[in-house]
Write a new protein. Structure first.
Length: 382
């Protein structure tokens, strides 16, 4: 069967917006995806085109140049990319950076950076992870030392999404190593002509081949006090924690959309593919597997949609968002794996969408907080 993809949070205006998103994706993203996967990034032009279509940071208020929408508009863009395994343009990280500035930045910071992020002039990245530090943010080594002119940042970061194309990077650094979580701050670094800032190699990943993921180096990068996010030192850990429900729901949303895309691609394939004189769809194993997948997607849709509504209404708590991230990423792995099996040998070929979905899915259980971290967060709420 074809899944009913109508969202309980949608309305006629959002349906029209989805049509615009799909048109943009089909005309500008799909034709360029293979080339982007070979070179390891999508380039700046697609970001600027997305800005022209009004698709970037669509939930930022109009006073900062945004469309004045809400999370649902963001979800539409993420879903339609995920359904097609278009993972090169990490618009979610870009929007998360914008939200850090929107929610925690000074008025001057909002005016200076948000309009340029919305047009795609500046691509956003956030530099948290370090070579020796993953989920343990308090263990970071990058430091920012105060000077008469402001601050000097020294350190390195790795696994940074959008790192190669980034025009603005939020850098998490230690401003007082003796204060634990209270000794962390976030700095806004514009990369163009920034002395001491250096982009390392594009990392060779198992999946997400079109997405630029890089090492970043900060060799005595000088920033002013005006580039301290929010203007108050020691607020970095709080700022990170405050936006976690938004960030983790994005992963749940994209996971479910990818499940829907993999299901639909598989359903079409097994109906056309012949084996032992009949369609693969006619085998009982195929019927049962697809019935299980359709059921899991249908049940998941009710939960994820409820989370979207709660987020828009300001009611989504960190534990429930962690459940969305945990369930979504784990279910995505199971579903895509089953779909590859139904494709047989063709499912292992990168020319098929399902193969790309398989390798792209694995990271979902790691970034944004591992599944193990999600379980810990959920446990603490019980």
């Amino acid at each position: 069967m074809t899944l009913n993809t109508q969202r309980s949070w949608s309305d006629p205006d959002l349906d029209l917006y989805r049509d615009t998103v799909v048109r943009f994706i089909d005309e500008h993203m799909v034709p360029e995806d293979e080339a982007a996967r070979h070179r390891g990034h999508v380039g700046h032009d697609i970001w600027r085109k997305a800005g022209e279509f009004g698709l970037l940071c669509s939930d930022v208020p109009e006073q900062w140049g945004g469309a004045g929408g809400d999370f649902r508009h963001e979800a539409v863009f993420y879903e339609e990319m995920a359904r097609r395994s278009l993972t090169g343009m990490n618009a979610s990280v870009h929007t998360i950076v914008a939200h850090y500035i929107l929610n925690h930045g000074t008025e001057d910071q909002k005016q200076r950076y948000l309009p340029r992020m919305i047009t795609g002039e500046l691509v956003g990245a956030i530099a948290m992870t370090e070579p020796g530090t993953g989920s343990d943010l308090q263990g970071i080594k990058t430091k920012a030392e105060r000077t008469s002119a402001g601050w000097v940042i020294s350190g390195s970061k790795t696994f940074i999404s959008n790192g190669f194309l980034a025009g603005i990077v939020l850098v998490v650094a230690k401003t007082d190593p003796t204060q634990g979580a209270k000794g962390m701050s976030i700095f806004i670094v514009e990369t163009k002509d920034c002395a001491g800032f250096r982009v390392g190699r594009l990392l060779d990943k198992m999946g997400l081949k079109a997405q630029d993921t890089s090492e970043l180096f900060f060799d005595d990068v000088v920033v002013t006090q005006e580039q301290l996010l929010g203007g108050q030192v020691g607020q970095g850990f709080y700022q990170i924690m405050a936006d976690l429900p938004y960030e983790r729901l994005i992963i749940g949303v994209t996971a479910l959309a990818a499940m829907e895309g993999s299901y639909e691609a598989t359903l079409e394939y097994v109906k056309d593919r012949k084996a032992f004189g009949k369609s693969v769809a006619d085998f009982q194993n195929t019927k049962f597997k697809l019935a299980e997948i359709a059921t899991e997607i249908k049940v998941g849709r009710a939960f994820i949609d409820r989370c979207v509504i709660d987020l828009v209404e300001g009611k989504l708590d960190t534990a429930t968002a962690s459940m969305a991230k945990l369930w979504g990423s784990e279910a995505q792995g199971r579903v895509v794996d089953e779909c590859v099996q139904l494709f047989g040998g063709y499912g292992y070929m990168n020319e098929y969408l399902i193969a790309r979905m398989y390798t792209d899915a694995r990271i979902q259980r790691i970034y944004g907080g591992t599944s193990e971290i999600m379980k810990e967060v959920i446990w603490r709420s019980l």
